[in-house]
Design a protein around this ligand. Sequence first.
Ligand SMILES: [Zn+2]
Length: 95
Amino acid sequence: MRRCAACRTRRPKGELLRFARQSHGVEVDPGQLRPGRGGYCCLDQACIDRALRRGGLARTLRTALSEAEVTRLAAQAVEYLRERKAQDLRGESRG
Ligand SMILES: [Zn+2]
């Protein structure tokens, strides 16, 4: 189980979106396979916004996120959310 960086709810990893801290910055990690410190967030736009903008994710990853990074990561996360929802609606399973 992992904890959402925004609402602190504990969920299985598969129900959370992973962010990974890389040497060049933080990346969205939908496959949950990237090396580096990871932070998790519910598959929920409100939680993603909160985790990124209120510093919960940055704290979990022990790094600082610039405004530009927050904007980029929020856009990538929301895009992933949209794709995943579309997949769910089509009844496809992942992997
Ligand atoms: Zn959450």
